[in-house]
Ligand binder design. Structure first.
Ligand code: ADP
Ligand code: ZN
Ligand code: ZN
Length: 816
């Protein structure tokens, strides 16, 4: 008898055994996919992780339907890594498998597919089976895979669907809902009427008196002769020292034509930057130190102040690893940042850079997956957000985790709740690769690891080009309000500085922390604030849509005209967010061009890119934004950064509040004065003397670190204690209360370490489910694996209590 052991893409911790024929047995290798029946009538794409001859004892093994791959598409290193993730983060291996693979590779009977809209299909190129599916989709908008099984009257249909997806005819339904599209870059070329090179002389003659336009056209000719690649509007205006308005005029005259290419899909003609990147002395020293560090250690932290030129050091290191032929993984905290970086890296490495993240279409993700698997030069460097670490690397040599302190590296939901930085270090170890963590404000955990000698540490304390660190001025809000020096949320000092910056043609960034500043509608008569019917939170007022929305479940309603509690019509908006700051700005600076960057304005297509671009192109003078501003953006004309209110970050009830406040303020400040002139930062606060604020002012990372580390030790937090947070949910309040108390007591009895709770979190009901949390703190001297086993056992016995079975538990290891 012959069997395979497989992982199913379901939230199941076990692997399953299926029967295969002898021929199949000799054909199948670990890492291939097979279509298997499961449950009554479902079909799933399973992953083979073992081939054996051990008959399962508990159940009769079913036969697989079909082998889906000719070669493994998942490597053994990967499988081992996924098993580590499942074990470390206490989640089902099926969750990891499901989260790791592009969903096009995970077809199942329930998958819904439709035809890609607006495409031309050459029916003669379709096989009979493919044609039948295609034809069926002319009658119906979408089909379940199960329907197709019926139409074709056979079980082995995944390859048919896969082919149709590869041919770009079918898409998975989920994708249809995705609104994300990567950034488009604007290019210009000569208008097509000059395609034959005729009329060029006349063209220049017509521009005889338009010097600026003529100049830019001449520059265009020069550039196209020397670069032999598409020319961006940005490059052209830079080289010609001209403006986009003049390019626009030429487009209007039909001399130029504009066109757009998706930034990360541009194919360069192989020509990369010729003038070599020259590291500054400080960068060169850091570069050498990092290499030296790698001869002794696996992981190194590059702690370089904002604008010290960390990216350029990464580029130099990548260059060296490229020569060894190894693969390189570059992780970023935010998808929105990849476009900026990709453009920068493509300048150096041309076609060797691939991009991968969860918002990519299935086709694109499968394409990169294959490239990495086959180890093609096209994907030798992979840039991506956290999910890129699931790619089938087999020869990884170097991993960069940029902005390693960012909490977005930790996945919160759904499971696997992994930390991409930590998981990538384990992945690198399995590949014998080196890891470079980079940040201007390292996380306490990482810095602690450098102090204990586990990681190496390289520091740069100067900005590139000897640009000075910005000058930070504190403005005391208490005093300003007392002396009536405030206009709305703006102190006279801040207004003065903005006025000066604007008058010098410089740009301004204003930072408003999102947390706790969602605007709401309040009744002036009875004080009622509309609440979400399904969650215990106030509804947020969205002015431009004239709507109230729940940020937790998406519930929305039109803005009411009268109070739902007392029917009064006297309603007011309360709280202040970026929107209100923007409004106040319009009144204070009626002539300034103001932009806003927050969840609202960046939601739409290209939202983020548009705002960043218009700010870079100086079409916007003052940019108001939330945390998004803190993440590694490089603007060269910003001379002033204003932090509207530092206090609400500081007093967030979270053991990381001070660390985060320090990081946020330092990072936002770091956007100021990145070129010659020294930048300025104004921080408005009620707590001028607060240690964290003083540490920001004096750029005193060490001081922040030491203080926070001390607190962490006293109050039993990381890095001294590992945190595991259990979140229990149920629709029945009393049952949840009772169940979580039961589990808590069992844990307290059986674990000799701190167990806290069961706590009702500040938001204790979401989507009509009540929530309780239990926090477990595991000290350094205690076996982590052993404790996790005990916890798992107790959760299992919890599940075996009939009345608690319906209570869901989410486990979050290394809760952030
Ligand atoms: P960081 O990531 O440390 O904040 P960046 O890598 O974004 O800093 O560099 C800051 C600015 O300095 C960027 O505009 C970058 O192009 C420029 N820069 C840094 N190093 C160099 C170098 N060696 N040569 C030219 N420009 C550099
Ligand atoms: Zn009322
Ligand atoms: Zn809600």
């Amino acid at each position: 008898m012959h069997f395979v052991e497989v992982i199913l893409p379901l939230s199941l911790a076990k692997t399953f055994t299926y029967r295969v024929s002898e021929t199949e047995y000799h054909y199948i290798r670990k890492g291939m996919r097979v279509a298997v029946p499961f449950g009554k009538s479902k079909i799933y794409t399973a992953l083979v992780i073992e081939i054996h001859q051990n008959k399962p004892t508990l159940y009769e093994a079913k036969e697989i339907h079909q082998i889906l791959d000719e070669n493994p598409i998942v490597t053994e290193i990967q499988i081992a890594h996924w098993q580590w993730i499942a074990s470390y983060y206490m989640c089902a291996i099926g969750d990891v498998y499901r989260g790791a693979m592009p969903s096009a590779l995970l077809l199942e009977s329930e998958t819904i597919i439709s035809q890609k809209p607006a495409i031309f299909v050459d029916e003669s190129l379709l096989s009979d089976d493919e044609f039948l599916v295609y034809e069926a989709l002319q009658q119906q908008n979408s089909l379940k895979v199960q329907d197709i099984i019926n139409i074709l009257n056979k079980k082995n249909i995944f390859p048919v669907i896969q082919k149709l997806i590869d041919k770009n005819i079918l898409v998975l339904q989920e994708e249809m809902l995705e609104s994300y599209s990567p950034k488009l870059i604007r290019y210009v070329k000569l208008h097509s009427k000059y395609d034959s090179n005729e009329g060029l002389e006349e063209l220049l003659a017509t521009l005889k008196n338009a010097h600026k336009q003529k100049d830019i056209v001449m520059r265009f000719f020069q550039l196209s002769a020397s670069e032999k690649k598409p020319i961006t509007v940005k490059k052209l205006t830079e080289v010609a020292k001209s403006t986009s308005a003049i390019v626009k005029a030429l487009i209007d005259k039909e001399i130029f034509e504009e066109y757009y290419i998706q930034v990360d899909r541009v194919n360069f003609s192989g020509k990369t930057k010729e003038e070599q990147l020259q590291l500054s002395e400080a960068q060169q020293i850091a570069f050498e130190e990092i290499k030296k560090c790698f001869s002794e250690k696996e992981v190194c932290l590059l702690h370089g102040v904002t604008s010290s030129g960390k990216t350029e050091i990464y580029i130099k290191l990548i260059e060296e690893y490229l020569e060894t032929g190894k693969q390189i993984l570059y992780l970023l905290p935010e998808i929105a940042l990849t476009t900026q970086l990709v453009a920068r890296l493509r300048d150096y490495f041309g076609n060797k850079v691939a991009v991968y993240h969860s918002k990519y279409s299935n086709n694109e993700r499968v394409e990169v997956w294959q490239q990495v698997l086959e180890h093609t030069p096209k994907a030798q460097i992979v840039i991506g957000a956290r999910s890129a670490l699931f790619l089938p690397f087999s020869n990884l040599g170097f991993v960069i985790v940029d902005e390693e302190h960012e909490q977005t590296f930790k996945q919160v939901d759904p499971s696997p709740r992994y930390h991409a930085r930590d998981a990538s270090i384990v992945l690198a170890n399995n590949n014998k690769a080196k890891v470079l963590l980079g940040s201007a404000t390292p996380s306490i955990e990482t810095y602690y690891n450098t102090q204990s000698g586990k990681y190496g540490l390289v520091e740069i304390s100067k900005r590139y080009g000897n640009v000075m660190m910005p000058e930070i001025e504190l403005v005391g809000l208490k005093d300003k309000y007392f002396r009536k020096r405030m206009s709305g949320h703006f102190s006279d000092t801040l207004i003065e500085e903005i006025t000066t910056a604007l008058s010098l043609g410089e740009q301004v960034i204003l930072f408003q922390n999102r947390r706790g500043y969602s605007p709401v509608i309040e009744c002036l008569t009875c004080g009622h604030v509309p609440q979400c019917p399904q969650c215990d939170v106030s509804l947020t007022y969205h002015k431009h849509k004239n709507q109230l929305r729940c940020h937790y479940c998406g519930y929305s309603m039109a803005k009411p005209n009268n109070c739902h509690s007392c029917t009064s019509v006297h309603l007011t908006t309360k709280g202040f967010g970026t929107e209100q700051i923007q409004q106040e700005l319009v009144e204070l600076f009626p002539n300034a061009k103001i932009g806003r960057m927050d969840q609202d304005t960046t939601r739409g297509k290209y939202g983020f890119e548009k705002i960043i671009d218009s700010f870079k192109n100086r079409e916007v003078e003052i940019l108001v934004g939330t945390q998004m501003l803190a993440k590694g953006l490089d603007f060269d004309n910003v001379s002033l950064v204003g932090i509207m209110n530092a206090d609400n970050m500081l007093y967030h009830p979270d053991f990381r509040a001070f660390e985060r406040s320090f990081q946020m303020m330092t990072q936002v400040s770091g956007r100021s004065g990145r070129s010659e002139k020294r930048g300025k930062v104004i921080i408005q606060t009620y707590n001028i003397e607060h240690n964290t604020i003083q540490q920001v002012v004096h750029n005193n990372y060490e001081g922040m670190y030491k203080e926070q580390l001390y607190e962490r030790q006293i109050y039993k937090y990381p890095p001294f204690f590992k945190l595991i947070k259990l979140t229990l949910k149920h629709r029945d309040f009393d049952k949840l209360k009772e169940g979580s108390m039961w589990l808590f007591q069992v844990m307290q009895l059986n674990l000799t370490i701190p167990v806290l709770g069961p706590e009702e979190p500040p938001i204790s009901r979401i989507r009509n489910e009540y929530i309780r949390t239990i926090m477990i703190k595991i000290p350094q001297n205690q076996s982590l694996q052993g404790t996790k086993k005990t916890i798992q056992k107790m959760m299992n016995s919890f599940e075996s209590v009939a009345q608690y079975r319906a209570i869901k538990i989410a486990v979050n290891v290394d809760f952030y």
